[in-house]
Design a protein around this ligand. Sequence first.
Ligand SMILES: [Zn+2]
Length: 334
Amino acid sequence: MPDKPEKPLEPATQDERDAPSETAASKYRRKQLERQLGPTQFIDEPPPLTHDTLWRGLARKGEARLLVVRATEAAQEAASRLNASGEVAKLVGELIVAALLVRSTLNPDARMQVYIRHDGPTGKMVADVWEGGGVRVYVKQPEATAELDGTLFGPGLMEVARTHAATGKSWRSTVQLQGDRIEDFMMHYLLESEQVLSLLRVEVEVANGVVTSALGYLVQLMPEGTHDDLKRMTQNLQTMTPLTEGMSHGDPDARAWAELLMDGFRWDQCGREMVEYECRCSEARILQMLSTLPPADLQEMASDTNDVEISCDFCRTKYLVKPSAIGELLEPPS
Ligand SMILES: [Zn+2]
């Protein structure tokens, strides 16, 4: 077989002609510099405006970060499961948005539970958020309204518990409720417990008792930040329009809005979660919960002729538990 004719050498690219003597090391440095000075990089295509999501951005020197969340569907679902009044539905949305943002900034691998215990008409409120964007909410008195009861919150405490998914290690910390709104409570928590300068904004709208929009953002200046960074961020925040005006079908991540908020910083998008209302309940978990009751109470339920109806505090799903299944809880483990 005759040899193929040798392929002619390809002409040099424009890059090679411009920098014929560039070594691998200097090319690497040039690329690094281009990346440091280049425009904001986004890692993925944003989901449409109808999907809940949370995304994170980080300044290239680690001096600042931004988190943006849309949790409208999750807030609607949580409030409707609880049969919440319009006013409590707004609080449910606010709690979901704030909890999602704080969990994702503190430790994206940890589950976080927020307990707000206070004397006001809503009673105890709990948000449970976990890795991957799952969220659920409990409110003791979801039917509460401010007209009937004055204000919705009374004096109290907020406890934040975080559990690392892989190791099971957990952290708890409690702060007094300071301010009037959930975003105030959370900012106070971040300053007291985490010592990070943070601005958290929650924007929840309710129409005819239904959550129509649940958005929020969290911007933080990290210890790497300088006095100038703080000044720049403060100036940027003064001119910001609400997030709801920055989010649109054409720009569901509010990227143009975020560029204004981070003006003067070089930064990139670095992560995303898909937010979803979910409940962690199951018949097995209900039985596990029952097993902590005093034996006398279990005995009474086990001797009942009817199934025992128990509903989940979070999603209100009803479970019918057979007395025989409760009887088995009384038997010593084999
Ligand atoms: Zn449930």
